[in-house]
Structure formats: structure tokens, C-alpha cells
Ligand binder design. Structure first.
Ligand SMILES: Cc1cc2nc3c(=O)[nH]c(=O)nc-3n(C[C@H](O)[C@H](O)[C@H](O)COP(=O)(O)OP(=O)(O)OC[C@H]3O[C@@H](n4cnc5c(N)ncnc54)[C@H](O)[C@@H]3O)c2cc1C
Length: 301
């Protein structure tokens, strides 16, 4: 079905989450809407009602563990142009604006080409800009909230709204807009970045990427770290390793022998195995340390 500014896959044409996530797990959803004009978002609540699912924003699917399904979800993908532009540059600082549909690595590449620092800690994170904002993605002590100055959303009424940083409630791998009720999707974000010496940002990014490649299974089917770090001193990977879960396998799912907090689908893994292995790990870590691990990956069941 297509309406102006929106295309929808539903019924037998609706995708399985395994086709939409980097973990390659999960069963069919009720439908998938691709939004190409903000105003068409006003149609989404009615479509969700008709299909019997709730609306769920989908970026690059790199932080989602979906259940076997069928899942009562109607995915909403941002099909608008993945633009990145410079809003202002006074030589010392510059503001970059990126569409929610732009890929985060592309935004980082653009910042590095302009010698703009402030996002390079996020090197190697494979999501979309919208997903990175929604997750407050981060690594190496830097997160997206550090440089974000404003964002734009589209609501289920088809309204585009802009918010300054002060209206956004960021947490550890979490973000909310307390002023907005109902469904919304991040459609753009702005970042104030600082000019560094020529080549320095690119060099730093390369260093961090090399470090990730050496310590994380970056090319495997995963969703990155599946558990949040309880504290900087006690990262989840260390706790999982101590509880004997580094390299622990269940069916086709394994906690990576390279980094214990990366749950990897070796090819034939299932959502049931993934969820069970996470549960086993959680119990073992609690038994060994008294610490309750919380999932970082978004679990859609
Ligand atoms: C190899 C690998 C390494 C990773 N390393 C890191 C890391 O170092 N640090 C880190 O933080 N993460 C890491 N991740 C996890 C993931 O890449 C990030 O969380 C990323 O920001 C998710 O973006 P996405 O577009 O894939 O979002 P999705 O996975 O598609 O969605 C994640 C959540 O955000 C919501 N969402 C997505 N788009 C929007 C939107 N436009 N508006 C509102 N809500 C939205 C979804 O509904 C969902 O709840 C890694 C993942 C992989 C596979």
C-alpha cells in the first residue's frame, strides 16, 4: 500500500526482524512503513490500529534483539534523504546538521574531513543518526549527548517539532522528550563541534577503530554490547568473563571469545537461544557478584 509520503509493507509482505537487524534474529512484524514526508506521519496511528500493532521506530537495527514473533509491531523507517550540512563555521567551532536517516559513520567521516572534533569517540558504531540519538550512543568516554545542541522530531500528528538540548532527557544509553506525549521519531539532529589540528580527528578515529577491531568482533552478527556496564570499574564484559561466559555457547548463539559482552549469532542462532543465554548469564553474574545486569540491547518480544 502507498499513500503520499508513505509506503507500507503489510501482511505476507511485512518483513521479519531477522531481515532488519544486525543480530539477524526475530520473526515477522505486522507491517513496515517507510516515511518519505513528515506530514504523512499523521497516517501512522490509524495504520497501526488497522494492522493491530504498535509503532516502533527502526534505524539501522544495530541495537535490537527481536523475539520469534509474530510481533505486534509496525516498524517505522525514516526514508527521507540522509543529508548532512554545515550550519555555521566560525573557524573554531562549527555546527553540523544531520538527518536522522544519515548513517553515523558518514557523519563522523564528514566531521573528520572538516577537522571537527567531538564525535570521534563514537567511531565504529554502525547505527543511524536517529538511532544514535535515541540510544545516546557512546564509547571511549564520549556520547552523542555531549555535542548535541538541538534535534527535530516528527510526531504521530505529522507535526515537525524542534527542541534545544535542554528539553532532551539523556541517560546512559537512553533518551526521552518529556514534553512530548505519544509516538515520535527523531528526524534530524545538530552537533556543535570543535576545530582541531589538521588531520587530528581522522587520526584519533583511526586509532579508536583499530582498537575496536582488535578487541571486539566488529564484523560478526551482533548488536554490540548486550548488557549495560554497571559501573566504569565493573564493565559487564569483565563480570561476564569472571562468571565463565566468555565464549559460552547455546545453540547458534555465543558470547564472543574476543569480548564477553558481545552476543554473536553464528548463523543459525535463534531469538529463544539468545534470550535464554542472556538470562543464564544474568543469573551467573548475580550469583558470582551480587550485581544485576541490565540489557543495553532493546528487546522486542
Ligand atoms: C558491531 C557493533 C558495535 C557497536 N558498538 C556500540 C558502541 O560502542 N556504543 C554504543 O552506544 N552502541 C554500540 N552499538 C549498538 C548500536 O550500534 C547503537 O545503539 C546505535 O546507536 C543504534 O542505532 P540504530 O540506528 O541501529 O538503532 P536501532 O537499532 O534501529 O534502534 C535502537 C533503538 O532506537 C530507537 N530508534 C531508532 N531510530 C530512531 C529514531 N529515528 N527516532 C526515535 N527512536 C529511534 C528504536 O526504536 C530502538 O528502540 C554497536 C552495535 C554493533 C552491531
Amino acid at each position: 500500500m502507498a499513500a503520499q509520503g508513505l509506503t507500507i509493507l503489510e501482511g505476507e509482505r511485512a518483513p521479519a526482524m531477522a531481515e532488519r537487524t544486525t543480530l539477524r534474529l526475530g520473526g515477522p512484524v505486522m507491517g513496515e512503513a517507510v516515511l518519505t514526508e513528515p506530514a504523512a506521519a499523521a497516517l501512522l496511528p490509524g495504520i497501526a490500529k488497522r494492522l493491530g500493532g504498535r509503532l516502533a521506530c527502526l534505524g539501522a537495527g544495530s541495537n535490537i534483539l527481536a523475539g520469534e514473533g509474530p510481533l505486534d509491531l509496525v516498524l517505522v523507517k525514516n526514508g527521507m534523504a540522509p543529508d548532512i550540512s554545515v550550519l555555521g563555521d566560525d573557524g573554531k567551532t562549527a555546527t553540523l546538521r544531520a538527518s536522522g536517516s544519515a548513517r553515523l559513520p558518514v557523519l563522523l567521516g564528514r566531521a573528520a574531513a572538516l577537522d571537527l572534533g567531538g564525535l570521534e569517540g563514537l567511531s565504529g558504531i554502525p547505527g543511524s543518526v536517529g538511532g544514535a540519538v535515541a540510544m545516546n550512543a557512546g564509547s571511549y568516554g564520549q556520547c552523542i549527548a555531549d555535542s548535541l545542541t538541538a534535534l527535530e522530531i516528527v510526531t504521530g500528528e505529522g507535526e515537525v517539532r524542534r527542541f534545544g538540548r535542554e528539553a532532551v532527557a539523556f541517560g546512559y544509553r537512553a533518551m526521552d522528550l518529556p514534553e512530548v506525549k505519544g509516538w515520535w521519531m527523531v528526524t534530524a539532529a545538530e552537533f556543535r563541534l570543535t576545530r582541531e589540528e589538521a588531520g587530528a580527528v581522522r587520526e584519533k578515529s583511526r586509532e579508536l577503530l583499530d582498537k575496536k577491531r582488535a578487541t571486539q568482533p566488529v564484523t560478526a552478527a551482533s548488536a554490540g554490547c548486550v548488557f549495560k556496564n554497571p559501573s566504569p570499574e565493573q564493565p559487564a564484559g569483565k563480570l561476564l568473563d569472571a562468571a565463565g561466559f566468555k565464549g559460552k555457547r547455546l545453540g547458534g548463539m555465543i558470547f564472543s571469545p574476543l569480548h564477553a559482552n558481545f552476543l554473536v549469532n553464528e548463523g543459525r542462532g535463534t531469538s529463544t537461544e539468545a534470550l535464554e543465554l542472556m538470562d543464564m548469564a544474568k543469573q551467573a553474574v548475580f550469583a558470582a557478584s551480587g550485581i544485576i545486569l541490565e540489557p543495553e540491547v532493546r528487546i522486542w518480544v
